[in-house]
Design a protein around this ligand. Structure first.
Ligand code: MN
Length: 293
């Protein structure tokens, strides 16, 4: 393997050039407002590294998804920026990709990166809704003095467009009150308790989404037994296959126009989570572009 190749799945130019690629991967190594364990700034490079050892052939879909072309951009230079500046930079970069007809995939970094991305998508897709996979509700109005804290992202996104949350299982009283005060409002939550109680939870999720969907995946939505490398792990998350089932359904019934995978906080010598994140991205691209070239 060419150690210098820093493209997703180590694709060579034939399938990774900007010009020929349908998909563009944007890395946002930002980690300012995480509240417990720091290290999400190392998430994007850990995902790219893990992806280099992944099979190019997708054995569920029986296809070589990489043939759509997957361009990997250099990581955005965001380390020294304020949250406001970072969100703006992600917004501008996402808008550029959309204008060029690319399908953006954003790698965090902390979850605040999603706010900038959704802002850009809303300009192009006015009727967009966001599918938000997360252990946390992220509905605080403000946290540790910041409205752009990673614990506020669903609240900020709900000011832009409707949000459908899945896998939630940790909230503050403030968030409970916020949810209860807006029964017909912009945020719907399908918690792990709903998933356990409601066999139709995937239909419920899909039906709550609009035609164009942006997906934001906080990796702590998974059970920490399968994804331990997150900053704020919560017991009892959802599994690999039920997550794939949901994403497959949404890809079939709706038009997913972009997605992000955030909050990977790599643990040295423990690459399970990095690898899962890389495979999740590739599989989701496979669902979205199934049968297309
Ligand atoms: Mn979370």
């Amino acid at each position: 393997m060419d150690e210098k190749n820093k493209n997703f799945i180590a694709l060579t130019d034939e399938y990774a050039s900007y010009k020929k690629s349908k998909v563009a991967i944007m890395q946002v190594p930002y980690d300012k407002t995480t509240t417990y364990i720091h290290g999400t700034s190392k998430g994007p490079s850990a995902i790219i590294d893990a992806s280099r050892y992944m099979e190019l052939y997708d054995d569920e879909l029986n296809q070589e998804t990489f043939r759509i072309g997957i361009y990997t951009a250099e990581p955005l230079d965001v380390a020294k920026l304020s949250s406001e500046e970072m969100v703006e930079k992600v917004c501008v970069s996402t808008a550029e990709l959309l204008k060029a007809g690319k399908f953006p995939v954003i790698l965090g970094g902390e979850h605040s990166v999603s706010i900038g991305a959704v802002k850009a998508f809303k300009e192009v897709y006015p009727n967009i809704s966001v599918l938000h996979l997360d252990a946390h509700y992220d509905l605080r109005d403000e946290y540790f003095g910041s409205k752009l804290n990673h614990g506020c992202i669903a609240r900020r996104i709900s000011e832009i467009c409707p949000v459908v949350q899945v896998g939630t299982r940790s909230m503050s009283k403030e968030e409970k009150d916020f949810l209860a005060s807006q029964p017909n409002g912009k945020v719907k939550s399908i918690s792990v308790y709903d998933i356990l109680d409601t066999p139709m939870w995937k239909d419920k999720t899909t039906n709550a989404l609009s035609e164009n969907v942006y997906v934001t995946i906080d990796l702590d939505v998974f059970d920490p037994a399968i994804v331990p490398a997150v900053g704020t792990p919560e017991p009892g998350g959802i599994g690999w296959y039920e997550t794939l089932d949901l994403l497959r359904d949404v890809s079939k019934d709706k038009k997913i126009v972009g997605f992000d995978v955030v909050e990977l906080c790599p643990i040295e010598g423990q690459i399970t989570s990095d690898f899962l994140a890389a495979k999740l991205i590739y599989r989701l691209l496979g669902y979205i572009f199934s049968g297309k070239k």
